[in-house]
Design a protein around this ligand. Structure first.
Ligand code: BES
Ligand code: MG
Ligand code: ZN
Length: 490
């Protein structure tokens, strides 16, 4: 999309977008060039447009001195115009422009939007995302993405360009994460994700370690190896290293992502339709990759380690089996009583490997449990932690960027539920109790964090949307990305 700053309204066959705050119609109109304000004065007369959030009027204008079409969009009450409303309003404009097939448009940026211009534009850009990469000439619909947007604003050029840059970077990164998560596992496999890590490292000058089957066998990463056992493709573990802190020796924040490129459940095969979405089971590691795409560009002043634990949970004669006992990278033995509880196995090894980098705190991010959806629905990711402060901070960060998390408990009894009679721990407590599945999954991971401050983010409820927000599309959402980025930026 080409964006330019404009200082006068163009005439001719295109759309002019006028965002309006609720109850501010008169003022908005007054600020506009005379011809348009005269025209809009008539619109107000019929009271059908008050500027409520999402309200719109689309109209043709028969005047050679004006643009041929006007799109009025309500922004809601001025005092409610904060991060979420700004992002959603931008998206509502973007979707409406698509709906009226306006590939070129002009848009006013009201003064009161200035301070949120970056998220407002981000919402608009995000709204253009489509899952159509695999469509070809046979079925591909006409591309209705906005091609050119001219912006009329009082903002100073450098200020505007800073906001625009930020919006572009955020959108590129979120779209990148979504593409990875939306694509099936025959395309985005363990090799692909390992290559992406290498590519991102090269582009940004990060240190990177990539361990494949041979190296994982050498260090005895028994969790990742067991899960991947029946796959034709090699497992992997990547570690990206970003040094943004003033003190290069500052201990890093580790972010460890689950990268199961497909989760059949293994021998404990997933029932029916539940399996169809399981190419998204690498969303955690996609968020890690996305973060590393943008950390340097934004100049985040922290040292960060990003780990992706990559495997494919397939089913076949080589599969690991319920009742197997495996030895994890840490040396902890695990009774595998459910091959579908595979995420915690790869994450356990991922966390252990991250300890080599002496992290000051650890995040794990994963589509770990169906139970988190039962507990929280699609609005919240589950936050489970051994430390109150880190959990409060990440929750607050998420709240600020509309990427919500909510705490779930880590009770000693849930930890106890993961103990095994014959090994150190087991990966599912199914035979004794149901319930608190997300907490118990996290309790398993906690065995590997070795007293570090740690917070687990279960995004199984949020990574994929059936009821997308205005700036989302059906499918991948990039949840967790905004939350973690905000946390790192603060
Ligand atoms: N990948 C799934 C969790 C999941 C479910 C993600 C639905 C997205 C949507 C995970 O590996 C899994 O299978 N979890 C099991 C854990 C159980 C066996 C303890 C689950 O949630 O049933
Ligand atoms: Mg599973
Ligand atoms: Zn899984």
């Amino acid at each position: 999309m080409i964006i330019n700053l404009e200082n006068k309204i163009a005439t001719g066959n295109h759309v002019l977008v006028v965002p309006v705050f609720e109850g501010e119609f008169k003022k908005t109109v007054k600020d506009l060039p005379k011809k348009i304000s005269e025209f809009l004065a008539k619109v107000e007369g019929n009271k059908e447009f008050t500027g409520k959030k999402g309200e719109k009027i689309y109209t043709y204008v028969e005047d050679a001195n004006l643009p041929a079409k006007l799109l009025l969009i309500g922004l809601g009450k001025k005092e409610n115009f904060k991060y979420r409303v700004a992002k959603e309003s931008g998206a509502i404009i973007g979707k409406n422009l698509k709906a009226v097939k306006a590939k070129e448009a002009e848009m006013f940026l009201p003064d009161e939007v200035k301070h949120l211009a970056a998220v407002f534009l981000e919402g608009l850009f995000l709204s253009q995302y489509e899952v159509d990469k695999m469509k070809t000439k046979f079925t591909k619909k006409e591309d209705l993405k906005i091609e050119k947007l001219s912006i009329l604003t009082e903002m100073k050029k450098p200020e505007f360009e800073k906001a625009l840059d930020r919006a572009k970077m955020m959108t590129e990164t979120a779209d990148y994460i979504k593409d990875l998560v939306n694509s099936p596992s025959n395309i985005i496999d363990t090799n692909y994700l390992a290559n992406e890590a290498a590519k991102i490292a090269k582009e940004n000058g990060y240190n990177v370690e990539i361990l494949r089957k041979k190296e994982l066998e050498k260090i005895k990463a028994g969790g990742i190896l067991a899960v991947n056992q029946a796959s034709k493709k090699e497992p992997g573990l990547f570690v990206l290293e970003y040094k943004g802190a003033k003190n290069k020796d500052e201990r890093p924040i580790a972010i460890v992502g689950k990268g199961i490129v497909f989760d059949t459940g293994g021998v404990n095969l997933k029932p029916g339709q539940h399996m169809n979405e399981m190419h998204q089971d690498m969303a955690g590691s996609a968020v890690v990759l996305g973060l590393f795409k943008i950390l340097k560009k934004l100049g985040i002043q922290k040292n960060v380690i990003g780990v992706g634990a990559l495997a494919e949970n397939s089913v076949g004669s080589d599969s690991y089996k319920p009742s197997d006992i495996i030895t994890m990278l840490s040396g902890i033995t695990v009774e595998v009583n459910n091959t579908d509880a595979e995420g915690r196995l790869v994450l356990g090894d991922g966390v252990t490997y991250s300890l080599k980098y002496n992290p000051k705190s650890i995040f794990t991010i994963a589509t770990l449990t169906g139970a988190v959806y039962v507990a929280l629905g699609h609005k919240y990711s589950g936050l489970i932690s051994n430390d109150g402060k880190i959990r409060r901070d990440i929750l607050q960060a998420g709240r600020e960027v509309d990427d919500l998390g909510w705490p779930l408990p880590l009770h000693p009894e849930y930890k106890k539920a993961m103990e095994s009679k014959i090994a150190d721990i087991r990966n599912d407590d199914r035979e004794t109790a149901r319930g608190a599945g997300s907490s118990k999954g996290a309790a398993f991971i906690e065995k590997f964090v070795d007293k570090h401050d740690w917070c687990h983010i279960d995004i199984a409820s949020t990574a994929f949307a059936d009821m997308p927000k205005p700036y989302e599309s059906k499918g991948a959402t990039a949840s967790g990305f905004y939350m973690l980025l905000r946390y790192l930026e603060k």
